[in-house]
Design a protein around this ligand. Structure first.
Ligand code: C5P
Length: 224
């Protein structure tokens, strides 16, 4: 399987990349790989096992032992950790707030990169995350960086949460997004940035279906 059949999508928190990536994969009949879900599941594993975040040896041992399975579903993937369904757990704010404790560690990222490449090299894949175009799939033929203003991203994320019956203060949401972007862009290893040859798509004024159509058009236009 050549890296030509990998579409790498990166972008900041709540930029819509998972929703877009999933729909794009469906449209192209590609596999969808949500690498954020993998980092989230590892974080749940470390929290479950009461790992001391300062003990990097224990963190990596826990990550090595954790068996993560992403089960494709029509709306969202189910996330299994050692066979246990943690689909909802991985999205909880206390989990989100701790991901950087392991996502900043080179050994953990190395482990994830190997797994992500295994998945994507087995079948044509749309892979979304923070380092898809810069590190994991540097040779991907198509690289996109989805962006949107902080306000738009906060509004979208709030709407998602409200649809799920949760309410979140708008200002608190903006601050949480800003903090996460700073952590993801500021880390020493695999920071979030626009990859070489990536096309930046500002989705602030676009609906999700419009973004999917735009990316599909760019991909098909290049292939045809
Ligand atoms: O995409 P999502 O918001 O689910 O990602 C959660 C967190 O996982 C990100 O904020 C980032 O810290 C980490 N992550 C990462 N590398 C990826 C995907 C996610 O470091 N490829």
């Amino acid at each position: 399987m050549s890296t030509h059949e990998i579409i790498a999508i990166d972008g900041p928190a709540a930029s819509g990349k998972s929703t877009v990536g999933r729909l794009l994969a469906k449209e192209l009949d590609y596999r969808f790989l949500d690498t954020g879900a993998m980092y989230r599941a590892l974080t749940v594993a470390c929290m479950r096992d009461g790992i001391d975040w300062a003990d990097s040896g224990a963190v990596i041992a826990c990550c090595r032992a954790a068996k993560i399975t992403l089960v494709p579903g029509p709306q969202a993937d189910r996330v299994l950790l050692d066979g246990e369904d943690v689909t909802h757990r991985v999205r909880e704010p206390e989990v989100t707030a701790r991901i950087h404790r392991l996502a900043d560690q080179a050994a953990v990222r190395q482990l994830m990169v190997v797994k992500q490449r295994e998945v994507a090299h087995a079948a044509p894949t749309v892979a979304v995350g923070r380092d898809m175009g810069t590190i994991v799939f540097q040779d991907a033929r198509f690289k996109f960086y989805l962006d949107a203003s902080e306000e738009v991203r906060a509004t979208r994320r709030r709407a998602e949460l409200e649809a799920a019956g949760e309410s979140v203060d708008r200002q608190a949401m903006i601050e949480a997004i800003r903090r996460r972007d700073m952590q993801d862009m500021g880390r020493a290893i695999a920071p979030l940035k626009v990859a070489d040859n990536a096309e930046v798509v500002d989705t602030s004024q676009l609906t999700i279906p419009q973004v999917v159509a735009l990316l599909a058009e760019k991909i098909r236009g290049t292939i045809d």
